[in-house]
Design a protein around this ligand. Structure first.
Ligand code: GLY
Length: 284
């Protein structure tokens, strides 16, 4: 099994992204464009418009973008932004107002010319399983990390609830010369343990990438008095990666030297069950 990547992304959305960018995967604009298409795709009920609504029947989206040179941008609980990832990316280029929430995020998007909608359309399918998944991708180009992460959060969430996805250190973290991490799953469990930052800190302190994801996940889970579903991908400065998950199946895809690989935990083989996995995770 190949353990090095230049780009890595999880769930079957990761495969979708890798296929879209394979001919130009070092280009950040192409990655943003591919995330946008995932946010726009009604077959993904946990990301972007057409996803699970909150308790009031409204969509509230979170997204973040981070660069390994300490730039970060995020939008939290936005109800009108069509593609939260591109607004998060735009905010990561600023020195102030990097994280905007709710009406403030929506107003910034409108004023800055990003696509907004009076009411984002909700997911039509009633999918009971996997109600708090996220889409995330890490890119490593010439030693420079970039990452993007986007979600509609927990299905039926309380108005104003914030999960891990837009919170630096919880759902994501990266630092050039050290490493990067992204999480998916139970947002409260992720944010309470700040696992993305812990993973990168462990790399900074010299821990080996091999087995690191499992150690971080197990430590976070050990603090909970309940079982839950979580997954983490960690990449070191050389592109070596490690992943761990408590999901029944956790698919991820990566690109190295122009070649795309599809994998799923915990089977050490290339998966050929896209249809079955798709049914399991996306209900179609
Ligand atoms: N991990 C996404 C959320 O729970 O909000």
């Amino acid at each position: 099994m190949e353990h090095k990547c230049e780009l890595i992304a999880y769930w079957l959305m990761g495969k979708d992204l890798c296929e879209q960018v394979i001919d130009d995967y070092r280009n950040i604009n192409r990655i943003i464009e591919a995330i946008r298409s995932i946010e726009d795709n009604p077959k993904y009920p946990n990301v972007g418009r057409f996803s699970h609504p909150n308790e009031d029947g409204n969509i509230q989206l979170d997204a973040a973008w981070m660069e390994g040179d300490n730039r970060v941008g995020a939008v939290i609980e936005t109800s009108h932004i069509v593609n939260p990832i591109e607004v998060a990316y735009s905010l990561s280029g600023l020195n102030q107002n990097n994280i905007l929430c709710a009406d403030g995020a929506d107003r910034y998007a409108l004023k800055s010319g990003y696509k907004t909608s009076e009411k984002l359309e909700v997911c039509k399918a009633d999918i009971e399983k996997k109600s708090h998944d996220t889409f995330g991708v890490i890119s490593l180009v010439d030693g420079h990390f970039s990452l993007g992460i986007t979600t509609s959060g927990r299905k039926g969430k309380t108005l104003g609830r914030v999960g891990d996805t837009p919170l630096i250190g919880s759902g994501f973290y990266c630092e050039d010369g050290i490493g990067a991490a992204i999480l998916t799953g139970d947002g409260e469990a992720c944010l309470r343990s700040v696992m993305a930052k812990e993973a990168v800190d462990r790399l900074m302190l010299g821990e080996n990438i091999e087995g690191l994801a499992k150690k971080v996940l197990e430590r976070g889970l050990s603090k909970l008095d309940y079982k839950t579903e979580l997954a983490i991908i960690v990449v070191d400065k050389n592109g070596c990666f490690d992943a761990a998950s408590t999901f029944e199946v956790f698919p991820y895809s990566f690109i190295n030297n122009g070649v795309m690989y599809n994998r799923y935990l915990y089977k050490d083989e290339e998966y050929e069950q896209d249809k079955k996995l798709h049914e399991l995770y996306h209900g179609d």
